[in-house]
Design a protein around this ligand. Structure first.
Ligand SMILES: [Zn+2]
Ligand SMILES: [Zn+2]
Length: 265
């Protein structure tokens, strides 16, 4: 597989909890595989958010996000919110997220998830930064909050897209993008694959969501940004396009969404 263009991993978790050897070796392998920039998601607690910001400050091809994952919504309090807000004002923090609703695992009460999700959409609007959205088993509730909180003012992406064309259409109507993870390569992902064929060239990204959900043919292994090329190649095949075309489109889209801090060598 040869790749002339650079890919951007629009969503990866690189903190030490996930990469015991540190993130540098994984970043090195990814760069050699044609991944030229990384959006490191700082969720799970203040330590993870601080890690993402520090990594983005140190590595010129990494940018960060900070937020409260729906799984952790019950841990949100004014002190954490103030700390995340002060991190989020830094230049290398390009978005708020991942935030959203997860009614599959229900790790936090649904009412709490909704309230915290709303708070962070408001914070993103205040900071004029886009939002990275995690949504599972809560499509209508997620759209309702994004619409009523005017998230279209800042834009954003539905990461690890796992819904259907009808949902994707409403997401695009909001001015949002969708992002495909390794899930799109799975056998039973017909609905997601249909979205990958359907979506316009200006409205999608690719991601690994490392260390989770490695794409075929790496399925079952811990995922890492170097594997992004497999997902991008699969999407290219679905769309009947070259890998270079998918790389060019998704890179342009990621820079439009997250800004010029996404430096490519
Ligand atoms: Zn997620
Ligand atoms: Zn994630």
């Amino acid at each position: 597989m040869t790749l002339e263009r650079t890919l951007i991993d629009s969503h990866c978790h690189l903190d030490p909890k996930n990469f015991a050897e540190g993130s540098e070796p994984a970043l090195g392998r990814a760069r050699q595989s044609g991944v030229g920039a990384f959006v490191c998601i700082g969720v799970g607690g203040l330590a993870e958010a601080q890690y993402a910001c520090a990594l983005a400050e140190r590595e010129r091809d990494v940018v960060a996000t900070v937020g409260v994952h729906p799984h952790d919504a019950a841990q949100n309090d004014p002190q954490l919110e103030a700390s995340l807000l002060s991190l989020a004002t830094q230049d290398q923090v390009v978005a708020i997220g991942e935030i959203g609703l997860d009614f599959h695992y229900d790790h936090a009460p649904r009412g709490t998830q909704k309230a915290v999700f709303r708070r962070y959409v408001r914070l993103a609007r205040q900071l004029k930064k886009p939002v990275v959205i995690h949504t599972r088993n809560a499509p209508s509730e997620t759209l309702e909050i994004l619409e009523s909180e005017n998230a279209r003012d800042v834009g954003g992406v539905i990461h690890c897209f796992s819904e259907d064309v009808a949902f994707a259409r409403r997401v695009l109507d909001l001015g949002f993008m969708v992002s495909f993870s390794g899930i799109v390569t799975f056998k039973r992902a017909e609905a997601i694959q249909e979205v990958a064929r359907w979506v316009g060239a200006d409205s999608y990204l690719v991601e690994t969501d490392s260390p989770y959900l490695a794409p075929v043919p790496k399925r079952g292994k811990p995922n890492e940004p170097a594997f992004l090329v497999h997902t991008a190649a699969f999407v290219a095949q679905l769309r009947g396009q070259s890998l270079d075309q998918v790389a060019a489109d998704t890179t342009r889209n990621a820079r439009r969404l997250f800004g010029k801090q996404l430096v490519l060598d």
